[in-house]
Design a protein around this ligand. Structure first.
Ligand code: PLP
Length: 383
């Protein structure tokens, strides 16, 4: 674990030489480690042609990395190409024995969770939404009301991509389990930034990807399913990599793997797996708890700066209710993002606010540059 962040890690990210990078919520910065992994993929391809055995080894290596990250067993983890792929497989396959048919989702969910849930209306399921409070945290009272004896599944995002709000996931799981419902946690904006222990949380399903705080690339995700549930879920969104024996090449029946591999589909995303292993190994070396501590200091510094210049946060102020993403209200989010980029401060727009996300490689100077950029463009701040 690295203690002198960000100095111990910063020079592995060429992008950071010139810019203050505040867009890890979209994609992590490229490290020399991940670039080398892509080069290794190309040379393995060049030297060996179609080294399937090596590639299967890599796919299993990434499964183990995801399992270690979540404190899960490798057999509880599917290697997917996106959050959407794993969640679609799961939702197509849950069949509660008591006929429950309602899905409860928070209004903080990523579009893919809303869209996959509403697609279930075509097979007779109902979807209920739980709103946010005016101070942009989750309405726990409304959540508790919505979870009833009809509820099959509750979907909760760990950290909202929309406004950076961090949910009390353990409490959501407690409420859902008390009412006999299962819980899907979308951890994409948390994994790599916040330590996640699926056993401690008691989560049923957890989905995420390698692209952001895990420093990998797009096209690689994971889907965790709690051991006891695996054989109860029979995905109809499936493919040959979900079969109990891939190499049998059987076309006569549906016999899904007894492990979480049943949530997989087609050929694994091999180049992204090379990159994902390198990214996750780097985050393992840095330490996720260490990253969380470092970033908590930076977000506190950022919030102080926002107060000083009179900027309005749309992320909850309480450090218990946010993670690495702080969003600031603007009158024109795209104009603000473009203006900041001119001064080498890279951010992203969402819902009329500018998103500033911080990671292990960000420095106090980066935060100063972010605040100075917002102050310079204060005509675009919404008060
Ligand atoms: C919270 C969250 N969930 C899901 C996704 C996207 O998922 P997928 O891997 O299906 O593209 C994102 C991407 O930004 C996200 O922030």
């Amino acid at each position: 674990m690295m203690t002198d962040l960000p100095n111990s890690i910063r020079d592995r990210f060429p992008l950071l030489r010139d810019v203050a990078y505040g867009n890890t919520c979209s994609q992590g910065a490229l490290s020399v480690n991940v670039r080398a992994a892509y080069e290794r993929y190309l040379s393995d391809w060049d030297e060996k042609g179609a080294p399937w055995e090596l590639w299967v080894e890599h796919a299993e290596a990434v499964r183990s990395r995801f399992a270690r990250l979540l404190n899960a067993e490798p057999d509880e983890v599917a290697v997917t190409t996106s959050v959407s792929a794993g969640v679609s497989a799961m939702m197509s396959g849950i069949r509660p024995p008591d006929g429950r048919n309602k899905i409860v989702i928070s209004d903080f969910e990523f579009p893919t969770i809303g869209q996959i849930s509403h697609a279930q209306e075509l097979v007779g399921r109902k979807v209920a939404h739980v709103p946010m409070t005016p101070d942009t945290t989750l309405r726990m009272d409304r959540l508790a009301e919505e979870i009833d004896e009809e509820t099959a599944l509750v979907c909760i995002t760990y950290v909202s991509f929309r406004n950076g709000s961090k949910m009390d996931v353990a409490e959501v799981i407690r409420l859902a389990h008390e009412a006999g419902a299962l819980v899907l946690v979308d951890a994409f904006q948390a994994v790599g930034a916040i330590p996640i222990d699926v056993k401690e949380l008691g989560a049923d399903f957890v989905a995420g990807g390698a692209l952001k705080y895990l420093l990998g690339s797009s096209g690689l995700g994971f889907f965790y399913c709690r051991q006891e549930l695996i054989e109860q879920v029979l995905p109809t969104v499936t493919g040959w990599f979900a079969d109990e024996d891939i190499f049998k090449m059987d076309i006569h029946d549906y016999s899904p793997s007894p492990t979480a591999r049943r949530f997989e589909a087609g050929t694994p995303p091999i180049p992204n797996i090379y990159a994902g292993v390198a990214g996750m190994d780097l985050m393992h070396e840095v330490g996720i708890a260490e990253t969380e501590r470092h970033v908590a200091g930076l977000t506190a510094q950022l919030i102080e700066g926002l107060d000083r210049i009179g900027a309005r946060m749309v992320t909850p102020r309480d450090p218990r209710n946010h993670g690495p993403l702080i969003c600031v209200a603007t009158t024109d989010d795209y104009a603000m993002v473009a203006a900041l980029a001119e001064d080498g401060v890279l951010t992203s727009p969402r819902d009329n606010s500018v998103r500033l996300s911080l990671h292990c490689y960000n420095s106090a100077e980066d935060v100063d540059r972010m605040v100075a950029g917002l102050e310079k463009n204060s005509h675009l701040l919404a008060r």
